[in-house]
Design a binder for this molecule. Structure first.
Ligand code: WTA
Length: 635
């Protein structure tokens, strides 16, 4: 019997030990007991990190949508699978049952087939967070087409690059999208992109806004009339365990985006098993992840992981600030959300607005809170714990990556005692290692190093689309026989992990390795500070010195900037030591951010280096306008 559902700490350790001592038996039991297979595997795992080549459940046959939809029809056909919460709170939420989802996915699958999409073809999905997004993802999976979802906030240039990189023959989009008070002309962006994409034969257009748009004869087709005519039965394509399920692009610090390829069986098993345990999902719960399906978090923990468990998962179309900063809490109250999963950047933005919006809502349904995407600073962690969870809902600080497919280091709520800023313990099956600069593993506790994983797990990406060599070079050459995450981490006295940030964010000052995250944490503790980012800049004596960009809270009162600078450095000195004091502190109204909310340090670094002749690609920034402002006021 597998321990599919871990309930206390002792059980976690038991399960973890088993998963490391005998990984094949461990994963085989989980796969066997909790999923629907058309044919079982011949071999649980074969792997060689030097190539790298990893295969899970080889020989098995399945379709992931049978696992996410069909098998629930008998037991929970009328249960809500997806709750769609529209951008405008005045528009009614939509509840889609498993039965309805089945019908919608089958019809969509038949439309895809009628348009000539076949197993193995790539389909680009560029849609806002409307039901058609989840449905089209599942429809591709049902017929064996490989979906490549591109976040609908990306520009036409970014979209074109992604369409061409994997030769998509179809794009699925909508006539437009709502984001807060704004209406966005998505179809216009697609039209611009397609000027550069000769391989695209068909564009399916879902209707979301009521506007007249240009449709290109022979290429563009309204989706709804095709769905209306489509048959509501679609026999799923039977896939091999290692057939690609999807491609998802992630940007590196240099070069073009990497199309991470995820395959079918291992991804399904791992996302389902992590979802169940990390969120302690119970049959009647309503789960909400605020991410966009355009990111890996949405793929794994809005669509596949929850649906594989027969869960009710919420899709929110809008933004946390519309119509006001109480929107998240309004939705929690309205749908009685039990598990809430969001990003530190959202938590900080909401914390900045004070607790008034929070107190106006009943949040008593909440049981588990999650965060993902970047290190969560201590202040934000406590704000989340105190005001949202009321100190009763454990916070799962989940560390993982697009490349890992699923959550890797995380507390198991109600089992693992949490600790602010610590992602805590590896999930069963995950074998982390900390490495020093010479490529040696650092054993023992109270150490820090570069975070690697030394044994395969089922949902790891198998390659970069069209460039296996780059996959090898990026992840498997820095440390022999290990997957290198690119992150630094420390392990405390009880073996808990704290992610200290990307290794390229480490700054060496006077020979000391300083991670940016703990210094930013210290700065953010100053009561006047809303957010900060630090980078290194060349210094005659120290090698590097630290440059801080600081956003102040909007309190209406004017502050003496020199005093503030002294106070900030005082806190850093107290928390980390004088070595980490900032040489320059620039106050600013904004920080350049990627659309997933990460600070683009590359740009800040260039400004600090006074090297602004070529800032590189800023097209993926959420707020390109802040860059000029920061340059104008640089110190
Ligand atoms: C960072 C998101 C600290 C990390 C699922 C990683 C985190 C990168 C955490 C992957 C966390 C993600 N604590 N850092 N809980 N979660 N990160 O591919 O640097 O968008 O390598 O995947 O985000 O980002 P990605």
């Amino acid at each position: 019997m597998s321990n599919y559902h871990i309930k206390h700490l002792e059980e976690y350790y038991q399960v973890y030990r088993k998963s490391v001592r005998n990984p094949e038996v461990f994963w085989e039991e989980i796969a066997e007991e909790h999923f629907l297979w058309r044919k079982k595997w011949n071999n649980v795992l074969s792997w060689d990190f030097s190539k790298p080549e990893v295969k899970w459940f080889e020989g098995a046959k399945l379709n992931i949508t049978e696992n996410c939809i069909d098998r629930h029809l008998y037991t929970r056909g009328d249960k809500t699978a997806i709750i769609f919460e529209p951008n405008d709170p005045k528009e009614k939420a939509e509840h889609i049952s498993y039965k309805q989802l089945h019908e919608k996915v089958c019809k969509f699958s038949n439309v895809l087939k009628a348009q000539g999409v076949k197993k193995g073809d790539r389909v680009c999905i560029y849609l806002p967070m409307i039901p058609e997004l989840a449905i089209s993802v599942l429809a591709c999976a049902r017929i064996g087409a490989i979906h490549s979802v591109v976040f609908a906030g990306f520009s036409s240039t970014a979209l074109a690059t992604r369409i061409n990189d994997c030769d998509c023959k179809m794009v699925i989009t909508s006539d437009g999208s709502y984001r807060g008070a704004k209406t966005i002309d998505l179809k216009g962006i697609v039209d611009d992109a397609l000027e550069e994409c000769p391989g695209v034969e068909t564009v399916l257009v879902a209707k979301r806004i009521k506007s007249d748009i240009k449709m290109k004869e022979g290429r563009d087709k309204w989706l709804q009339p095709l769905l209306d005519k489509a048959d509501n039965v679609c026999v799923p394509e039977i896939m091999d365990a290692e057939d690609p399920l999807f491609i998802l692009y992630t940007s590196g610090s240099t070069g073009k985006p990497k199309g991470m390829v995820h395959t079918t069986a291992g991804y399904m098993v791992y996302t389902a098993y992590t979802f169940k345990n990390v969120f302690q999902y119970k049959e009647e719960d309503v789960y909400w992840c605020t991410a966009d399906i355009g990111w890996i978090t949405g793929h794994s923990y809005i669509v596949y992981g929850p649906l594989a468990n027969g869960a009710t998962t919420v899709m929110f179309e809008g933004v946390p600030s519309y119509p006001d900063y109480g929107r998240f809490w309004d939705i929690v109250e309205k749908h009685k959300i039990n598990q809430f999963y969001t990003a530190p950047t959202a938590i900080r933005a909401l914390a900045k607005e004070g607790v008034g919006h929070v107190e106006a809502h009943d949040l008593s349904s909440l049981k588990v809170l999650g965060t993902v995407g970047e290190p969560i600073n201590e202040e934000a962690w406590h704000w989340y714990d105190d005001n949202i969870g009321k100190k009763k809902s454990p916070i799962v600080d989940t560390w993982w990556q697009t490349e890992t497919g699923g959550i890797m280091i995380t507390p198991i709520p109600f089992a693992t005692p949490t600790k602010p800023t610590y992602a805590t313990l590896p999930f069963p099956g995950i074998q982390p290692a900390l490495m020093d600069e010479n490529g040696k593993e650092i054993k023992g506790n109270q150490v820090d190093g570069r975070l690697c994983i030394k044994f395969p797990w089922p949902s790891m990406a198998r390659t970069i689309w069209g460039n296996h060599q780059r996959y090898r070079d990026t992840y498997f050459t820095a440390f022999e026989n290990k997957y290198f995450t690119g992150d630094g981490a420390l392990r405390d006295e009880v073996g808990y992990y704290r992610i200290t940030g990307r290794v390229d964010d480490v700054i060496i000052v006077s020979g000391h390795n300083l991670g940016t995250a703990p210094i930013e944490d210290a700065i953010n503790e100053h009561p006047a500070v809303a957010e900060s980012a630090i980078v290194g800049f060349p210094h005659d004596v120290k090698g590097n010195a630290l440059y801080g960009y600081v956003i102040l809270k909007d309190t209406g009162e004017s502050r003496n900037q020199d005093n503030l600078r002294k106070e900030i450095n005082q806190i850093i000195t107290e928390q980390i030591g004088p070595i980490a004091k900032l040489d320059k502190i620039q106050f600013t109204n904004g920080l350049p951010k990627t659309r997933s909310g990460k600070i683009m340090r590359r740009i800040l670094r260039k400004i600090a280096h006074k090297d602004t002749s070529n800032l590189g690609d800023t097209s993926t920034l959420l707020n390109p306008e802040v860059v000029q402002d920061i340059m104008d006021n640089a110190l």
